[in-house]
Design a protein around this ligand. Structure first.
Ligand code: ADP
Ligand code: MG
Length: 469
């Protein structure tokens, strides 16, 4: 690449980072400029999934950046190699024969409905922790021995915990290791729509050709098969066909096979016949690592304390963690300020005021003090190890109040109360919530404590509880 090209590229990326940070990826520096000809700037991207991503999502923004950087009118085009003509046809199923040599030439239906792969969802970008270790190891094994390691491979877990990421990683890895393998990656909803469409127009043989002639069938969110009897029946046959001929099946779901409501027993037993792996919520350390990995992916520099802070505040799922990062990045851009802990707190809705000013949520100290006074217990007992009845309830009430009236995470609340872990806090919050619905005196106690807190607050603006219970 010439100096002029390098300079143009750097200016383009600076423009993109400033105006469209959401599309930027750390691997953009591997893109090469092939040259500008007749107002066409060709950019070479060798990796097919990345190429497809750029063609799909970035042409207009790169064109805008190229024009801003060069001051000239030009259009950007992404190509697979600098000698080849523009390649716009990167598809997952590129050959008309499968690995067994059977002819499965294109059925026009369904091809465009395949889900596209995201370059972000690969094994390299997947952070492994205690909650997903088994699922990850199994996914890697599946890829290296298609059809022979675990078949089917069934991964389940709550929303936003990385199921789709793992499924796509399997596809991308297979695509790289076995370029001739026919891969079909599809959401369960698309599978069902395609099925109904084919039934309607009487093209079931097309449908069967399409789904029964692949080496790797990956269906995301298979729990949507619930109650769909006719599709379940068809899928059962598809499953058997593929399984009997040693083709790999990978499925994801929000619940274990036997917990999917209204799913035929024979499908449940098929799903259970391979490896079923559950993904659990990530622990604090994993959340920190994921935030760092996501920041790196988006070329974002974060001071150490920012991921630590975000991970402590958000413990629900990874999509929410990413949302927080996006908020922080957007806030920094809008304010023209560097990312640091104060900015992160502001971006996530905690008002940071100058020292000495008043904040509109009770401090942890205020909560501890009012519980100590109300129940007449010692602070050292409240945060200490004692499990005596006289101190357990006040401690639980303290956690409940903190959860409801502050934005502290479960971990942070546990930290204030003698380093208890988040599950203890969660248990306390649930206990107090449940008991106060049945126990009038407890309900009156917490109501009085809450009233006191609101009165004690330095600013009277906080009429709404800010936490969640
Ligand atoms: P699900 O399909 O389980 O609802 P996704 O796979 O869509 O969840 O994951 C949500 C987001 O969290 C994605 O952006 C994904 O990249 C990210 N994510 C989930 N697990 C991990 C992980 N272990 N490492 C890195 N990113 C992850
Ligand atoms: Mg998903």
């Amino acid at each position: 690449m010439s100096m002029a090209d390098q300079e143009l590229q750097q200016k383009m990326y600076a423009y993109l980072r400033r105006h469209h940070p959401e599309v930027c990826r750390h691997w953009f520096d591997q893109i090469k400029i092939a040259g500008v000809e007749g107002g066409l700037l060709r950019l070479v991207v060798n990796e097919p999934v990345r190429l497809k991503y750029l063609q799909r999502a970035c042409v207009a923004l790169f064109t805008e950046a190229a024009q801003a950087a060069s001051g000239r009118l030009m259009t950007v085009r992404f190509v697979a190699s600098d000698v080849e003509k523009v390649d716009t046809s990167v598809k997952l199923d590129r050959s008309s024969k499968n690995s067994l040599g059977e002819d499965v030439s294109e059925t026009p239906i369904l091809l465009d409905e395949q889900l596209l792969l995201s370059p972000d969802y690969c094994f390299d970008a997947f952070v492994v922790g205690p909650g997903n270790r088994l699922a990850h190891a199994a996914a890697v094994a599946v890829t290296s021995k298609l059809g022979r390691a675990y078949n089917p491979f069934f991964v389940h877990g709550a929303v936003g915990l990385g199921k789709t990421h793992l499924l796509q990683s399997i596809c991308q890895s297979t695509l790289r290791n076995q370029p001739s393998a026919r891969i079909l990656y599809i959401s369960c909803n698309t599978f069902m729509d395609a099925f109904l469409e084919c039934v309607k127009v009487g093209r079931m043989s097309d449908f069967r050709n399409r789904f029964r002639n692949v080496d790797l069938l990956v269906i995301d969110d298979i729990h949507f098969l619930s109650k769909r009897e006719q599709t379940q029946e068809e899928f059962f046959h598809t499953f058997n066909m593929l399984h009997q001929s040693g083709r790999q099946i990978v499925l994801s779901s929000d619940a274990a096979p036997s917990d999917i409501p209204d799913l035929e027993e024979r499908l449940v037993s098929r799903f259970n016949s391979g490896l079923v792996a559950r993904i659990d919520r990530p622990c604090y350390e994993t959340r920190v690592s994921i935030l760092k990995a996501k920041a790196k992916l988006h070329d974002l520099v974060l001071p150490e304390d920012v991921p630590a802070y975000v991970a402590a505040r958000i413990d629900s799922n990874i999509r929410e963690l990413e949302g927080a990062l996006t908020k922080i990045r957007g806030f920094a851009l809008a304010m023209g300020r560097p990312i640091n802990l104060d900015l992160a707190k502001e971006a996530l809705g905690v008002v940071v005021l100058a020292p000495g000013s008043k904040i509109n949520q009770p401090s942890m100290q205020t909560i501890l003090d009012s519980v100590v006074r109300y129940y007449d217990v010692k602070l050292t007992d409240l945060v200490g190890k004692r499990r005596h009845k006289s101190v357990v309830l006040p401690r639980q009430v303290c956690m409940w109040l903190a959860r409801r009236h502050t934005r502290y995470s479960l971990e942070e609340i546990g930290g204030y109360l003698g380093g208890r872990d988040h599950t203890t806090v969660l248990h306390a919050v649930r206990t107090v919530t449940a008991r106060s619905t049945m126990d009038d005196s407890l309900r009156a106690d917490v109501a009085r404590l809450e009233e006191g807190l609101t009165k004690n607050q330095d600013l009277k603006t906080a009429s709404q509880p800010v936490g969640k219970v």
